[in-house]
Design a binder for this molecule. Structure first.
Ligand SMILES: Cc1ncc(COP(=O)(O)OP(=O)(O)O)c(N)n1
Ligand SMILES: Cc1nc(C(=O)O)sc1CCOP(=O)(O)O
Length: 506
């Protein structure tokens, strides 16, 4: 079983036949799909010679390594060995799993095709690193498919995996999946069964007129579909959120944490941090009312959480407003690692610290003048700089982990008329990242969309007449979405406005 974290969200399986690839270059198409956010690539060529397969796989491996994405080879274990790529995908009629594992060793990824519950459980028992479940829909790309199982067949297999204790084995499904049916394939009853980790596609990307755009669209659908899982995990595990936060928002942030199903503790004394981290908490460092003593406590707590391997969210409130705050930001950034850095444009320009600080800051209000593309690039660059997820808040929120960058267009202007909504979003992010550590980007996305949608729902309630009546309605809506999601009602998801963006776009 391999140790590395693999993003199975959008899984590209290649096809070099003219019917699918046309007269395009395979490497150019794969590169475009990687730019669009593909998280894993499988080189699949049923016809070419061993030598040609090794040559092409080597070219693809150069590319995938540049994007830090694993490359697998379909069926041809000897090609994978020669190229030294990250693994193979084998079907039921290919080399046996045990033989492949003996040849490849324990570090390589081996995925297995399954089309029924028995095959799925057998593959997991053998030690498969992930399962490719199919065939979902009939497809022109593979004519020799055995059984078309449809989304309900996928559900049956996922249920069986969960029941048999193999719920942790990642799964993708394959066969006829494209941007028109992806959402319905991923949609499920929303209560308890295991979710798919991603979608494997051939023609939806290889034959797409713009593979990068097609990959971005698929990725957006996959990430949106994962949000209920985050909300449910928080509701089901009641994660502890440890807030070292400012004086203004403590009560509100604690109420928001309770509404989303987390357990808040507001504790500014760092000596408590090691115990809270051991209890599985996630920490929020919010420097809204910074003091010398507060700064010392932040640094000590940050180290305790880093030592315990628990996530820390940094909310550099008012970062650029004074020399004291600018220095505190640099001190805190140098003191340890953050899972998430959250702030408005002005704050994050200070965090970035580059020459492009074009904004002025009044108090803690953002006076952002950056375009959406500039903000996307800023979020992406900071995420790379600090190996973390960045949440750049504003009328349009931008979220990036350095590879995938998203925009969220949910929210309501009333959120900006109440003190503490931004800080309590930091608290919510900590709860979600604490509970759903497997993908901090998805956790941040869920928190941001949940906030935005709850605000939109609250704002149209008949009793809401302004900021004062908005606050209780907003907390009620957060609570209502949590309750609905755990009961399997995902209507709120249709309000999500999530798009994957190209952070390189000028
Ligand atoms: C991710 C993924 N799932 C299933 C398959 C199908 O593999 P297989 O059964 O070996 O069929 P062929 O690809 O060899 O036709 C796959 N390739 N990838
Ligand atoms: C490679 C492959 N395996 C399948 C299976 O069911 O095991 S279906 C398939 C082809 C999928 O191509 P497209 O995304 O273009 O439909």
């Amino acid at each position: 079983m391999v140790n590395r974290t693999v993003d199975y969200g959008v899984y590209l399986v290649t096809d070099s036949t003219p019917a699918v690839l046309g007269d395009c270059s395979l490497t150019q198409v794969v590169e475009a799909a990687l730019r669009g956010g593909v998280g894993i690539v499988q080189y699949r060529d049923k016809n070419c010679s061993h030598e040609d397969a090794v040559t092409t796989a080597r070219e693809l491996h150069v590319l995938t390594k540049r994007f830090d994405v694993p490359l697998l080879v379909n069926d041809r274990v000897e090609v994978a060995v020669e190229v030294g790529c990250e693994g193979v995908h084998i079907g039921q009629d290919d080399m046996s799993f045990d033989a492949a594992r003996r040849i490849l060793g324990s570090e390589k990824i081996i995925g297995v095709t399954v089309s029924c519950e028995e095959e799925a459980i057998r593959a997991c028992e053998a030690g498969a690193d992930y399962l490719g479940i199919g065939t979902v829909f009939a497809t022109q790309t593979k004519k020799d498919t055995k059984s078309i199982i449809g989304p309900s067949g996928v559900s049956t297999i996922l249920e069986a995996l969960k029941e048999s204790g193999h719920g942790a084995v990642p799964t993708v499904c394959i066969g006829g999946i494209n941007n028109s049916n992806a959402a319905s394939v991923l949609a499920h009853d929303g209560s308890s069964r295991k979710s798919l980790d991603g979608l494997a596609v051939v023609s939806a990307l290889i034959a797409a007129p713009d593979p990068a755009a097609a990959a971005r669209q698929l990725l957006g659908t996959v990430l949106t579909a994962k949000m209920p899982q985050v909300v449910r995990t928080v509701a089901g595990t009641t994660p502890l959120t440890h807030n070292m936060t400012n004086l203004v928002v403590q009560n509100f942030a604690a109420n928001v944490a309770l509404a989303v199903g987390a357990s808040p503790i507001m504790a500014n004394y760092a000596e408590e941090a090691p115990d809270l981290a051991k209890l599985g908490a996630a920490l929020v460092i919010n420097m809204g009312t910074i003091t010398p003593d507060g700064l010392r406590n932040f640094i000590q707590a940050l180290k305790a959480y880093n030592d315990a391997g628990r996530p820390v969210v940094f909310d550099p409130v008012g970062a650029g407003a004074t020399a004291v705050r600018r220095e505190a930001v640099q001190t805190l950034l140098a003191a340890g690692h953050y899972a998430v850095i959250k702030g408005n444009s002005s704050e994050l320009l200070t965090v970035h610290g580059g020459p492009s600080v074009t904004e002025r800051q009044r108090g803690v209000d953002s006076t952002a003048v950056l375009s959406i593309s500039e903000r996307a690039r800023l979020a992406r660059d900071i995420a790379r700089q600090h190996s973390c997820v960045v949440l750049l808040t504003g009328p349009t929120d931008l979220i990036s982990d350095g590879r995938r960058t998203l925009r969220v267009d949910n929210g309501h202007e009333l959120l900006g008329m109440v003190t503490g909504t931004g800080c309590s979003l930091g608290t919510t992010v900590s709860a979600m990242v604490g509970a759903f550590g497997e993908d901090a980007l998805v956790a941040c996305l869920a928190a941001t969309v949940l906030f935005g949608v709850a605000a939109e729902m609250a704002a149209v309630r008949p009793e809401v007449r302004g900021p004062g009546t908005f606050v209780p309605a907003f907390i009620d809506e957060l609570y209502g979405i949590r309750k609905a999601t755990t009961a399997g009602d995902l209507q709120w998801l249709s309000m999500a406005k999530v798009q994957v963006v190209n952070a390189d776009e000028k």
